[in-house]
Design a protein around this ligand. Sequence first.
Ligand SMILES: Nc1nc2c(c(=O)[nH]1)N(C=O)[C@@H](CNc1ccc(C(=O)N[C@@H](CCC(=O)O)C(=O)O)cc1)CN2
Ligand SMILES: Nc1nc2c(ncn2[C@@H]2O[C@H](COP(=O)(O)OP(=O)(O)OP(=O)(O)O)[C@@H](O)[C@H]2O)c(=O)[nH]1
Ligand SMILES: [Mg+2]
Length: 446
Amino acid sequence: MNAAPPPADTIAAIATPAGAGGVGIVRMSGPAALAIGQALCARRLQPRHAHHVRFRDHDGTVLDDGIVLAFVGPSSYTGEDVVELQAHGSAPVLRQLLARCCALGARIARPGEFSERAYLNGRLDLAQAEAVADLIAAGDERAARAARRALDGEFSRRVDALAERVLRLRVHVEAAIDFADEPIDTLGGPALRRGLDEARADLDALQAAAARGRKLRDGLHAVIVGPPNAGKSSLLNALAGSERAIVTDIAGTTRDLLHETLRIDGFELNLVDTAGLREDGDAIEREGMRRARAELRRADLALVVLDAREADAGLRAVAADIAGVPQRILIHNKCDLVGTPSLQAGAIAVSARTGAGLEALHARLREAAEGSAPAEGVFTARARHLDALHRAAQALADAATVLAHEQLDLAAEALRLGHDALGEITGRTLPDDLLGRIFSTFCIGK
Ligand SMILES: Nc1nc2c(c(=O)[nH]1)N(C=O)[C@@H](CNc1ccc(C(=O)N[C@@H](CCC(=O)O)C(=O)O)cc1)CN2
Ligand SMILES: Nc1nc2c(ncn2[C@@H]2O[C@H](COP(=O)(O)OP(=O)(O)OP(=O)(O)O)[C@@H](O)[C@H]2O)c(=O)[nH]1
Ligand SMILES: [Mg+2]
């Protein structure tokens, strides 16, 4: 039998971003939070009251004045006693306040430890805790709205409801095992098969929704491709508004992938510049092309950059590489060098040098970003969730197969696996070290 868990210690962290700000917050959570807060402010703290106080060092010197807030567990973010010291947003002041909390018995929190405690104390499930991190990291309003929905439990409720149905199916199968002499059809077999079909259809729908949610969380993945020297890096620089990439008139300049995040009218776009694609090239360039092609395989959008003077030949050269990308924008670059451009269908003429056509390109990028994910009804999801949903779907498919052969023991086992996979999303089943892997990616103070 396991020993009872040790009483939690008290953690402290600066909860506001690094750097100067109007207000900065040091937050504590744990059994000593209230006592430490009261020592630091030299007064009794009334829970859920804003007190204007002086925060004092060990020798009585005033570190700062500010607002202090105390919450008594379990009615707090973490479910434990929580105290917030809201000081001026000065890095040295916040560091001194944090050091004072530690001198009085707190320890510095690990990244994500406040949310981890909220999870361990049942204030949030795992998908909701991840949604907190996604909300903080959201690159645009749409991603923030979607993370908000996951935080409100929209994703978790659907997962839980499905897990509950899978559990009921399993109970049904387990019960039937006890009457193995009888044919399954006299033991509710048809209802069982129907229930399983319905659960699988719901799981399909949930997988599709989660895949959209993941795209939203990660932003649109756009890859700049084309023959060498077409002006890909010049275009990246023009879109980024800075000299991010090296540009020369030597074909084969770019070898590594170069990432840049663009925000276009509130939409986030992850842009990657790649090595020009051609038949020959030295070993470094060939490795660059290999990376470019790998990047294309996971692209949502290809920006196909062609030299306007030889657009047809250019497109032929890269046609096979861009064939699998869901969305494409054909760009005839260097339009400043051609008189009257004859454009391929759907192509736009731009000049990375003069800036001509960049407005039109912006409009197309915006359209692509808007079209790539539905605006409403989406929650954010992560690769981890998709993986668990995939394993659950696999398990339910296996269950259907063995059930058709009346192998009830195997069906019960497959349903158990499916149920466990779903439970991993909300943290109701926990494989080893899942918590450590998730919360260590959070920011400090969250
Ligand atoms: N100053 C401050 N602002 C903040 C936070 C914080 O910790 N401190 N948050 C931190 O992420 C977010 C808000 N999240 C919170 C979630 C729950 C509780 C809380 O005290 N819950 C209690 C009481 C519920 C109630 O009175 O409505 C509970 O759930 O029992 C507080 C903040 C955003 N803003
Ligand atoms: N006139 C003109 N020249 C351009 C334009 N865009 C790029 N160039 C020139 O074309 C040459 C190649 O530009 P890059 O941006 O390095 O081309 P790239 O496609 O990234 O080339 P690789 O990385 O080698 O595949 C440079 O000399 C640029 O100055 C343009 O719109 N007009
Ligand atoms: Mg380049």
